[in-house]
Write a protein of this length. Structure first.
Lengths: 396, 236
């Protein structure tokens, strides 16, 4: 990971090192800003979507379609009175929102959001850090999100906050285990921890070897969901619990816990918890896309075919952009893949909203039962099943 | 510092950070802060594993220690009445004198062992290395014993040559510096595949034994918690 940002000082490689460093810094900034600015858009989708599902109108006064409502909300958050409870531990109270937002932003670093682009001899990966243990890195960093919740609950000096924090924390830790185990079958399938490898093996049509005979299907993409349907269901369910979303939004509960761990937070500090939650939603949607739906690649169409298409049809762009035809094709391929990734991830983000306004919430003991007594055993079953099938499929 | 890479800069930054946070674990009086600094120390440690090309160990460190173990610690500490704990430490009492005395004894023991260890290393170095060095140097410098390499033209490795301190040989030194190649470990070093191959072939017995040990601990704790009263005696 750090080998890629190596910056040589005082050697002849200084120029190229600095360029790479600058590109990496730029990528970090762009991705962070993209995630943070997707959040208000998601809030808008959530509010308008819920209104649509409940036969209401939703916010439609500020700007066209109510789109500027989010801007108004942001301004409200910033100008709200800053309030610190008397019993609060001041340092941790201020630190907690940051601790909640940080892991949400960091996890996206390992997600490849488009194919690499080659422009004027430089190849730029559309991924912040190409870590060969990408998927475990995401889990490791996501597991740190607990600290934001815990410190917020404890430092507020409020019993509702503390109980809410403990609840959120045990929920997150419990579902992390089921989530991790549900993915082991997927990892056995792809034989890699790297998200890039996973996308590469999902290109093309559904195919498998059974006792030395190759079976291939022409019109079914080789997506993870068709290889690992059980794992997909388990992973998505755990994803809802990990992001504290609706059927499992037990950390908040007006009747018993007031606002949960962020009861004492208002204004922009509350907004940061909010952004953290939506950030986790974005990463988790991106992960569902990458693991089970082919990532940025188009179904049944390989990146080479997309590049060939743009070589044929993108000639008109080469002149105005002052680029060679190969560069234009590479650039347009990357943009196509970016759009595909955005669409797939966008669908799963909408799915989160959809489920939130469709399903009733669980009771806390039901939630724990579901996690430990249903999801965990089923993910172990999935693991055993996958291992057995792969073992016997290899026998020729 | 003619050869400062970004990895060096990152190393020194994180090394300073980990020392500071590890010290703060001990010196901060609030146990919550102490536990949080311990979690920070674990996280920085995982960054070091990343920099040492062991990504799997790094993420395992992060998930297991910072993500799970320390979270449980903090959850437990949060349920304590910290004010009473604080008074317990600050209050002057016979128990406190015993605590301070035992802490001082432990420190004395550790310092003593450390001092003995250092002495033992020096004795070893003197008895094992010295004769060889002397014989080699006597041979090269016509009977006058000198420390360190004498003739830069003899067959030294590039790295040794880079360390050779001689202001007159500045040119040679720079030439030597160019020869120094930072050898990166092979790609499979520290990778998950190579790690798991070792873990599930050579060390499979130890691996399974450790998991059995953990299972025993889990079953034991459940049994303790389930038994009547558990660790707290509740009269029924």
């Amino acid at each position: 990971m750090f080998g890629r940002v190596t910056l040589w000082i005082g050697t002849k490689e200084m120029g190229s090192g600095l360029l790479e460093f600058a590109i990496n810094a730029l990528k970090i900034v762009i991705v962070f800003v993209a995630i943070v600015s997707t959040v208000p858009l998601l809030v808008w989708v959530e509010r308008r979507g819920s209104a649509f599902m409940q036969n209401r109108l939703g916010p439609n006064r500020v700007g066209p379609l109510g789109l500027l409502q989010l801007l108004a909300d942001a301004i409200k958050f910033i100008f709200k009175e800053e309030f610190i409870p008397d019993h609060a531990d001041k340092v941790l109270y201020f630190m907690a929102p940051g601790l909640a937002l940080l892991p949400a932003a960091l996890t996206f670093a390992a997600v490849p959001f488009s194919s690499p682009v080659t422009i004027m001899g430089h190849t730029i990966n559309m991924q912040i850090a190409d870590i060969n243990v990408g998927i475990i890195y995401i889990f490791a960093v996501a597991s740190l999100a607990v600290y934001g919740v815990l410190t917020a609950g404890w430092s507020s000096g409020n019993k509702y906050s503390l109980i809410g924090a403990l609840r959120a924390c045990s929920q997150m830790i419990s579902y992390e285990i089921a989530m991790g185990l549900s993915l082991i079958g997927v990892l056995i399938m792809y034989q890699s921890f790297s998200l890039n490898d996973m996308i590469a093996s999902q290109i093309g049509g559904f195919n498998f070897n059974w006792h030395g005979v190759h079976h291939a299907f022409k019109y079914l993409p080789a997506w993870g969901i068709f290889y690992q349907p059980l794992s997909f269901i388990l992973f998505v369910t755990c994803g809802f619990a990990e992001t504290n979303r609706m059927p499992f939004d037990l950390p908040e509960g007006e009747a018993e816990l007031v606002g949960g761990y962020h009861t004492e937070y208002g204004g922009f500090k509350f907004n940061m918890f909010f952004m953290g939650e939506y950030g986790h939603m974005i990463t988790s949607s991106a992960l569902i896309t990458t693991l089970f739906f082919g990532g940025y690649a188009l179904p049944l169409i390989s990146p080479e075919q997309v590049a060939a298409f743009w070589i044929d049809h993108g000639a008109g762009l080469a002149g105005p952009l002052h680029l060679s035809i190969a560069d234009v094709s590479s650039l347009m391929t990357t943009l196509t893949h970016l759009a595909v990734f955005g669409l797939k991830t966008g669908f799963w983000l909408f799915f989160y909203v959809w489920v939130r306004w469709t399903l009733p919430r669980f009771r806390y003991d039901q939630l724990m039962d579901l996690g430990w007594k249903t999801l965990l055993p089923w993910s172990l079953v999935n693991l055993a099943l996958t291992a057995t099938v792969i073992f016997f499929a290899r026998v020729s | 510092m003619a050869f400062l890479t970004s990895e060096d800069i990152l190393f020194h930054f994180f090394a300073a950070a980990i020392v500071v946070s590890a010290l703060l674990v001990v010196f901060v009086s609030n146990p919550i802060y102490s536990a949080l600094f311990l979690a920070l120390t674990m996280s920085i440690l995982s960054i070091f594993f990343f920099m040492l090309h062991a990504p799997f160990v790094a993420v395992a460190q992060l998930t297991v220690y910072a993500g799970a173990v320390m979270v449980l610690f903090i959850m437990v500490v949060m349920l304590f009445d910290l004010k009473r704990e604080h008074e317990e430490v600050v209050k002057f009492s016979p128990v406190m004198i015993a605590k301070v005395t035992s802490a001082a004894l432990l420190c004395g023991f550790l310092i003593g062992v450390g001092w003995l260890g250092v002495n033992a290393t020096q004795v070893n170095a003197a008895t094992v290395l010295a004769p060889q060095v002397e014989a080699k140097d006597l041979d090269k410098s016509h009977g006058i014993p000198v420390m360190g390499p004498v003739n830069p033209d003899e067959d030294l490795t590039a790295a040794e040559e880079a360390n050779f301190v001689d202001s007159k040989d500045q040119v040679k030194k720079e030439a030597a510096l160019e020869k120094v190649e930072i050898k990166l470990p092979p790609d499979e070093f520290g990778s998950t595949a190579s790690l798991s191959k070792k873990l599930f072939s050579k060390y499979v017995f130890a691996f399974e034994a450790v998991s059995l040990l953990l299972l025993v601990a889990i079953v034991g704790s459940v049994a303790l918690a389930k038994s009547k009263g558990g660790t707290h005696h509740v009269s029924r």
